[in-house]
Structures are given as structure tokens and as C-alpha cells.
Design a protein around this ligand. Structure first.
Ligand code: SF4
Length: 205
């Protein structure tokens, strides 16, 4: 992706009180995260293919951080508990579904724990995103979330809503619906509470 659009995203996120940094690789961003987060803090993790590829939960946990990552849970009850605990963690690290060049951060969520933590609770939030998720406009970011991210996430999680076959959203009301929350983060009240790490790679859905 051209540097012009990345510069535009970083500038526009800044105008919304959201910090942003650019990295050439996932490894580079991981080192920055490990440097930024103290070893004696707690961290909630939003379920994300990008973070899985980074293996950030395992690394933070092995160096002594308290990590709330629902993918570590062995039962549904444990997963529910971890999701609640992650809302009160000091830090939260997550992926996202799309970012517009104007700086809107768009996510589509099933139960909503991930967007809840992004919006309020943790003192600091880091969003890790590949350049493949940057779009030209807010409309395109919403479209990307609905028609691209939602069906792929549904399939990965073992759900089968109509969009998995149709490759488009039909605003279904099925039991397999995965997008009960479509959230646009427009900015932050607390300056630099949220930071976006943009990585020059294709990452996640
Ligand atoms: S509302 Fe239904 S069809 Fe549309 S993206 Fe969500 S799960 Fe797919």
C-alpha cells in the first residue's frame, strides 16, 4: 500500500485522539508491544487471526503478564469468565475489521466483548491491523466488515449464516448470525488511550 494513504490514516487517527504507528512487519510490531507494556500488568486479548499469527498471548504470558485470552479457555464457562475479566484488564490488545482513511475504526462482533473493551474499561488499547484492512471511506469500511470479515469469521467459528454461501450480507435473522454489533469508533475522549499499529502486511480477514 502506498505511503500516502498510510500517512493520511495516521494523521486522521491523530485528529481523533488516537495514536498510530507504522511497522514493516508483524515481528517489528510485536517487539514494540513487548517494549511498551510493563511486565507487571494485566492484558485482555480480543480474538483475532492477526494476534494469533503474532503469538502475543503466549509471549506475554510466558514473561509474567496476566493475560485474559478466551482462546486459552477449556470450557464455555471459563471463556465467559475470561471475557468479563478482560474488560477490567489494564491493557487490551485486539485486531479490527476495517479502518477508513478518515480514521473510523469499524468492527462487527458476535457477543460484543471485544468492542466493549475497545470502547471502555482497559486504560490502554492497542489495535493491530494489516494494511489490507484500510479502506477509502467509512462506507467501504462497513461494507468490508459485513461482506468480507463477517462471513469468513462465521465460517472460522463454525457458524453457517447465509453470507457464507452468498458472499454478501442479507441482514439475516438466523440463529447462526454472527454480527449482532456493528460498531464505528469515531475517536477517543482520552487522548492516546487507543493506539493503532499499522503493519505493512496482509493480516487476518
Ligand atoms: S447479518 Fe447474517 S448475512 Fe449479514 S453478515 Fe451477519 S451473519 Fe452474515
Amino acid at each position: 500500500m502506498g505511503t500516502e494513504i498510510i500517512d493520511k490514516v495516521i494523521t486522521n487517527l491523530g485528529k481523533r485522539n488516537i495514536g498510530a504507528e507504522y511497522f514493516h512487519s508483524l515481528d517489528e510490531a510485536k517487539l514494540r508491544i513487548l517494549d511498551l507494556i510493563p511486565t507487571d500488568t494485566s492484558i485482555g486479548i480480543g480474538n483475532s487471526q492477526t494476534l494469533k499469527a503474532m503469538a502475543i498471548s503466549q509471549t506475554l504470558s510466558s514473561r509474567g503478564n496476566v493475560v485474559y485470552d478466551k482462546t486459552f479457555a477449556k470450557t464455555k464457562e471459563e471463556s465467559k469468565r475470561i471475557k468479563k475479566e478482560s474488560l477490567l484488564a489494564e491493557w487490551y490488545i485486539t485486531g479490527t475489521n476495517a479502518i477508513s482513511s478518515e480514521g473510523h475504526i469499524v468492527n462487527i462482533d458476535h457477543s460484543g466483548n471485544r468492542v466493549a473493551a475497545m470502547i471502555y474499561g482497559p486504560e490502554k488499547v492497542i489495535i493491530v491491523v494489516g494494511t489490507n484492512k484500510i479502506t477509502d471511506s467509512l462506507d467501504a469500511a462497513i461494507q468490508r466488515s459485513r461482506t468480507h470479515a463477517a462471513p469468513l469469521n462465521a465460517k472460522r467459528a463454525g457458524f453457517n449464516p447465509p453470507c457464507v454461501q452468498l458472499k454478501k450480507c442479507v441482514d439475516c435473522k438466523t440463529d447462526d448470525r454472527v454480527c449482532y454489533n456493528l460498531v464505528v469508533i469515531e475517536g477517543q475522549y482520552v487522548k492516546d488511550r487507543m493506539q493503532v499499529f499499522i503493519i505493512d502486511e496482509d493480516l487476518g480477514f
